[in-house]
Every structure is written in structure tokens, then in C-alpha cells.
Design a protein around this ligand. Sequence first.
Ligand code: AMP
Ligand code: ZN
Length: 282
Amino acid sequence: MVERVFEKKVLQIIKKYRLASKKDKVLVALSGGKDSTSVLYILKKAGFDVSALMIDLHLGLWSEKHKKNMTGFCDELEVNLHVVDLRKELGSGICFIKQVVKEKKNLSGCTVCGVIKKWILNKYAKKLKATKLATGHNLDDEAQTVLMNFLKGNLYLGVGSKPATGRIQENEKKFVQRIKPLFFMPEEEIREYSKKMNFPVLYEKCPCAFGTYRIETREWMRDLNLTSKQKLKIVEGFQKLIPNLEKKEKGKRELRECKICGEPASHEVCNACCILSCLKEM
Ligand code: AMP
Ligand code: ZN
């Protein structure tokens, strides 16, 4: 069956790149979309020690529907679901935060959302004592990242884009290692799998994601009509460049502790605290 072949391929990626072992405590960053839902299901079925974390971004009905779907799904799977409420955590929903930051710092909405999500996920993964944090990033996302950075003329921006990140010893306490079990799986195959499995997920993209460079790149890539093989070539080709890029970058980006929240930062204050300071200035 196609579904079993798909699951086998994902488990092979996990094994080949040593993304997780049965000793790990894996926290799946669950958005309620097809990708992270598939990751959660496959890991649980294969016997990994998994729990899930969903950030309620307060995007109206969109968030409500995702939360309801995933609460039911995790109940059925007998997986512990942690929901982090952005309003309780930061005092406002993501739309308000994005609007304020856009006006004050001229950052795109998706960048702001991405920084906040990453910050919360890392903070909670540590709090919940997870040893791995799994996301649903897929081959199409990764190919987009490579092409986007190429078009920006800065491939260095992608040095961290690997199936598993942050294993460097000194970072271990600061970052919970992030793993991407669908790194080499084309989006089309994931959609097909998720539909066959009847997962209770929404297939529409985030209603707030528009007008950013990543989305323009996604649309441009769609027009290019690349095959899965071509996307794989882009991603694998870039993976081969990473060791050289890392060598050249060594020592340039020192990792520190944010003086406000203590999370990892490349400057005195981390990107999330920098964004959140705008809200306090109001
Ligand atoms: P995105 O940045 O929306 O493309 O999502 C990339 C990955 O981040 C997803 O596959 C999830 O693993 C994770 N993610 C996105 N949104 C959320 C959310 N609201 N709560 C938890 N994890 C999320
Ligand atoms: Zn901070």
C-alpha cells in the first residue's frame, strides 16, 4: 500500500540521519496542517516517545478549527497535547503583534510569526524536558529556502537548514535539537498520504501569509513546475555545500544568552525579545 511505503520512507530518513532514537523524548510542533500531523502519527505508530505542542496564535476560526481537530486527533492517538496560548503567554494574538512590529520595525508578518513560534517552541521544549523537537518542514519548504537565499545572494543564510540542527555540544543546553523527518519528502506525496489516512487537517495555507518574499518564491516555484527529483537535487546539492559554508562562517556568529529572556541569541537581545519590546513601548 502507498501509505505504508510513505511511512517506511520517513522512518528510513529518521534512521539514516539519526534524527531520533527510542530513548528520545520527542516533542512534535503541531500546527494542525498535513505535515506535522503526519510526523506525529508516523512517530507514534513506530513506537517513539512522543508528545505534541500547539501554539494557539489566535487567528480566529482558523486557530479554533485547528485546535479542535488536533485535540481530537491526539486523544485518539493517546498522545499528550500541550497548547500554548499566545494571548496568555505574550498578552496578544499574532495579528496584533505583527501589525505593531510591521509599523515599528518594518518586518514582514511571516518573519515575525516565525521568530515568535521558534522562540516559544524552544522555550517549551526545554521546559517539557524534550530531547528532540520535530517540525513538519518538507522538501518543498527546503527547496524554497535554498532558492530564496540564492535569489537574495546570500547562501550563508541557509547553513542551519539540515534534517537535524543544533547538535554542537555547547548549544545543547540552549537549543533542543530540531529535527525534520519530512526533509526529503515532497509536499505532494505528504498531501496524498494525509488524504488517504483521512487526517482531520485543513489543507489551506495560513490566511495571514501573503506579500512576503517566501510566498513570492513559492508561487514562482509553482510556475516552474519542478519535479520532485529536481527539488531533491536542489536540496541535496545545497546539503553538500553546507560543510564548506560552515567552515567559512566559523567563529563569525557567536551564540550568547539573551540578556532579557536567557534564550539563545546572536546579539545582546534575542530576535523575539527585540520584537516584543515594541509591544511594551506602546
Ligand atoms: P510554517 O512555518 O507555518 O511553515 O510551519 C513549519 C512547521 O512549524 C510546521 O510543520 C510545524 O511543525 C511548526 N508549526 C507551525 N505552526 C505551529 C503552531 N501554531 N504550533 C506548533 N507548531 C507549529
Ligand atoms: Zn530574549
